[in-house]
Design a protein around this ligand. Structure first.
Ligand SMILES: CCCCCCCC(=O)SCCNC(=O)CCNC(=O)[C@H](O)C(C)(C)COP(=O)(O)OP(=O)(O)OC[C@H]1O[C@@H](n2cnc3c(N)ncnc32)[C@H](O)[C@@H]1OP(=O)(O)O
Length: 138
C-alpha cells in the first residue's frame, strides 16, 4: 500500500495529483504537527455556501493518516469521531493539522486533527484510531 500511496500510479482521493476529482492535498511536518491547506469550492458543498460534512471528515482522516505516512507507518483508519462546531465556508483558505495523542503497543495510534478558519477558530475537530497494517496484504 505504501508504494501505491506514494508511487506515481496511486489514485488516492485525498492526496493523488492524478485523481481528477480528488482534493490533491500536500502535507508537511512542522515539528510534531502534520499540516495542509485547502480551499473548498462549489462542488464540495452540502448546505449552500458550506462544505459537506462527509468531505470535512475525509480531509481530517487524510491529514491524520499522513502524520503516520510521513513517518513511514502503514495504517488504516479503524475508528473516527468528529465534532462539527462551526460551518466550514467554501472559497475560504482552511488550515488543517493533525497530531498523535497516544501510541498503543506500536500498533494502534490515537490521532487528532482539526480544521481552522482564517480567524483562528476551530470549525471541526476529529479523534481517530489508526491500526498499523502489513502493506503487502493490500
Ligand atoms: C496516504 C494515506 C491515505 C489513506 C486514506 C486515509 C485512511 C483511510 O481512510 S483507510 C480506509 C478506511 N479504513 C478501512 O477500510 C479499514 C477496514 N478495516 C480492516 O481492513 C481491518 O479491520 C484491519 C486490517 C484494519 C484490521 O484487521 P485485523 O488485523 O483483523 O484486526 P482485528 O483482529 O479486528 O483487530 C486487531 C486488534 O486491534 C483492536 N481493534 C480493532 N479495531 C479497534 C478500534 N477501533 N479501537 C480499538 N481497538 C481496535 C482489536 O480489538 C484487536 O486487539 P487485540 O490484538 O488485542 O485482540
Amino acid at each position: 500500500m505504501q508504494n501505491r500511496i506514494k508511487g506515481s500510479d496511486h489514485m488516492c482521493f485525498g492526496c493523488s495529483e492524478r485523481n481528477p476529482i480528488g482534493f490533491k492535498l500536500k502535507f508537511t511536518m512542522d515539528g510534531d504537527i502534520c499540516r495542509t491547506e485547502f480551499t473548498a469550492g462549489e462542488e464540495h458543498q452540502g448546505w449552500n455556501g458550506y462544505m459537506h460534512g462527509g468531505l470535512i471528515a475525509a480531509i481530517l482522516d487524510e491529514t491524520m493518516a499522513w502524520w503516520l505516512w510521513l513517518k513511514d507507518i502503514s495504517i488504516m483508519t479503524v475508528e473516527m469521531t468528529i465534532r462539527y462546531s462551526l460551518g466550514v465556508p467554501v472559497h475560504t483558505r482552511l488550515r488543517v493539522e493533525s497530531w498523535c495523542e497516544e501510541e498503543k503497543r506500536g500498533k494502534l495510534f490515537h490521532m487528532a486533527g482539526q480544521i481552522i478558519l482564517p480567524d483562528g477558530k476551530v470549525a471541526a475537530k476529529a479523534r481517530a484510531k489508526f491500526m498499523k497494517i502489513d502493506p503487502a496484504q493490500f
